[in-house]
Design a protein around this ligand. Structure first.
Ligand code: DX5
Ligand code: ZN
Length: 219
């Protein structure tokens, strides 16, 4: 199976959001990555339910919602009602991680757990069999357009090993600074889903760039 490309709308033009979602609808991107930030878990504030609802109205693609917020358990039902297909929560600061994952699944959504650059893959051990996605952060979360942290490649390999040991079906998603220059190595390391914000929306031909990321071979 080829890699799934998940463009991050954080880098879209919000004054022309409908146009940008239509562009994604006509592209090879299977997922749309939606970054929710609360100014507390991360230093930045992005957007919430109204934007997700607007995106949902405009697309049938898989809405992959990345929650960079404290106490995400407060909003699971609301994100589902706003149109999320999938919720990723962060491992960091989530004291009751197991129960939040179960709550997301109980709502009929798929569930992911994200790990920041300083969080070891081994901390996923007890939840790896429960989740659908591991999101390996390849930048410190909060902003689009940051530089890729190369150690993420090792973490993708470690995650692949952990998944194999546990017999888990989780997909490996990589988020932050991903583009044509590292897509091939990430795919080779075991990535199943590549998030790309700046690389897609900053390109002169975003549709072509999505296709090129999807078909990237290791350099
Ligand atoms: C960062 C977000 C990312 C971001 C990726 O906190 O989680 O999804 O939008 O943007 P690029 O691809 O520009 O690094
Ligand atoms: Zn993200």
């Amino acid at each position: 199976m080829s890699v799934i490309v998940a463009p991050s709308v954080l880098s879209a033009d919000f004054a022309h959001l409908g146009r940008d979602i239509d562009m994604l609808n006509g592209s090879e991107a299977e997922w749309i990555h939606i970054d929710v930030m609360d100014g507390s878990f991360v230093p930045n504030i992005s957007f919430g339910f109204p934007i997700l609802q607007a995106i949902r109205k405009q697309t049938r693609k898989f809405c992959d919602v990345h929650l960079m917020i404290v106490q995400p358990e407060r909003y699971i039902k609301q994100f589902k009602d706003a149109g999320a297909d999938h919720l990723t929560i962060h491992l960091e600061g989530n004291v009751h991680l197991d129960s939040v994952i179960r709550e997301i699944k109980a709502q009929g959504l798929s569930a992911g757990v994200a790990i920041n650059p300083a969080t070891p893959v081994s901390e996923l051990k007890e939840v790896i069999s429960l989740i659908d996605v591991v999101l390996v952060m390849s930048v410190n979360p909060g902003f689009g357009g940051q530089k890729f942290i190369p150690n993420a490649l090792n973490k993708v390999r470690e995650t692949r090993d952990l998944i194999a040991q546990a017999g888990s079906k989780a997909k490996i998603e990589v988020d932050g600074g991903v583009g044509l220059e590292n897509a091939g190595s990430l795919i080779e390391a075991g990535a199943d889903v590549l998030v790309a914000g700046n690389a897609v929306f900053g390109a002169s031909d975003p549709v072509k760039t999505i296709s090129a990321i999807k078909n990237a071979a290791a350099k």
